[in-house]
Design a protein around this ligand. Structure first.
Ligand SMILES: O=C(CO)COP(=O)(O)O
Length: 251
């Protein structure tokens, strides 16, 4: 599998109703039909996955989800397996998000197991890595988080790292561009050379303009420029999401 060189993503978290998601998809698919360069994806709640795949058919946009089971098919009541998601056309799964670690106590060992199940079924894990607090040692925290995942998945498997400092999620502004650049450079270094495609995107109160700000600030340090952005709240407005798609494509 080959990942696009640039990625713009949106996670609808648990914000949208089915009708909201349908309206969002209609606006996005009308505009994507005009043709846009960057890879783009949307991660939705499980029941919306097959609907979103249908609504976005023919647009080139990939669909993903926000979690999957650490287990394979079998006696695991309530779980949604990677096998089922793959059958439904799921391309990406978000794993390790601080909201799931906060709400369900997910450990990095569990995240690693889920990542392996995704990769084995051809679903690209989007690993949400980043430090909990503003003054944490980003490199040390991310090294520990990524070690779990990298030792669990095949080096040939494609992988997306979403650098999302937890302190910058759900607040007014994204982390400062200089901080993002330092952190992304550290994560690139930690990832070393993998045989599978690997991309790094930035998430955490990102909006239209965030990617351009990072690119401008990182002109002298290309290793610190992420390969795209991952929107939460700002992406609920389909026009704002499309503006980020354009920014990422035009870099
Ligand atoms: O958590 C995020 C994406 O995974 C980002 O959320 P916000 O953009 O709403 O801060």
């Amino acid at each position: 599998m080959t990942l696009p060189s640039r990625l713009a993503g949106f996670s609808s978290k648990a914000y949208q109703s089915v009708e909201d998601a349908k309206r969002w998809a209609q606006t996005v698919s009308d505009r994507l039909a005009e043709g846009r360069g960057a890879g783009h994806y949307v991660c939705v709640p499980h029941p919306i996955l097959p609907l979103m795949a249908e609504w976005l058919a023919g647009t080139g946009m990939d669909v993903g989800v926000q979690d999957l089971s650490r287990f394979g098919p079998g006696p695991h009541t309530g779980d949604v397996t990677a096998e089922i998601l793959a059958e439904l056309g799921c391309r990406y799964v978000m794993l390790g998000h601080p909201e799931r670690r906060r709400d369900y106590g997910e450990t990095w060992q569990i995240v690693a197991e889920k990542s392996a199940r995704a990769a084995q079924n051809g679903i690209v894990p989007i690993i949400i890595a980043g430090e909990p607090h503003r003054d944490d040692d980003v490199r040390a925290v991310c090294a520990e988080q990524l070690d779990h995942v990298l030792s669990a998945i095949d080096p040939d498997a494609d992988l997306v790292i979403a650098y999302e400092p937890a302190w910058a999620i759900g607040v007014a502004d994204a982390a400062p561009a200089a901080h993002i650049i330092d952190s992304v450079a550290a994560i690139r270094d930690l990832l070393g050379s993998r045989s599978g495609d690997t991309r790094i995107v930035y998430g955490g109160s990102a909006k239209s303009g965030t990617f351009n700000d990072i690119v401008a600030a990182g002109a002298a340090r290309p290793a610190g420029i992420p390969d795209g952005v991952f929107l939460g709240r700002a992406g609920l407005d389909p026009h704002a999401f499309l503006a980020s798609v354009d920014e990422v494509a035009s870099d």
